[in-house]
Design a protein around this ligand. Sequence first.
Ligand SMILES: [Zn+2]
Length: 182
Amino acid sequence: MSKNVIIDGLAVELTRKRIKRINMRIKSPDGRICISAPYSVPESEIISFVRAKRTWIDRSIAKVKERAEEHPEPASKAEKEQQRRELKRRIAARLPRIEQITGLRSNGWTVRDMHTRWGSCNTKTHHVNFSLMLAGRTDTELDYVILHELLHTVVPNHGPDFYAMMDSFMPGWKDIRKSMNR
Ligand SMILES: [Zn+2]
């Protein structure tokens, strides 16, 4: 049996169990405080227990939250589907415009769950892949990747011709690349 109580401003999930001693855990990722206590222990004793361990509690919560921020939970399947839909909508709106401005043409495109590259282009078929990671990037950054991959339909490598065309179609692309590699 669990109930939520507030002790000295801390939200505590208190569970009564057939145990001998009071146990406490700080749960990831939100730093929730869970206390298990024997049925016989009065709440006043639990309050004393929390007060005695207050420094440890505050430090543990901070640590758990910090770790959760550094290693966020991977997006759920539903979240990824939502991201994919939204990204596809954005690409469908922006890619034809960039094709029109540059005269470059892709031969179809796909959004893929790739983690090491923003995009790729098959230089034979001219099919372009975009990484799902682009879901979190700005329109400017998305345009940069679209242009980069479209250029590969005419220049397969990253030689001087490639960069000359980048310069001519998207002055300032170097700043965008810098922001994306951070
Ligand atoms: Zn490239």
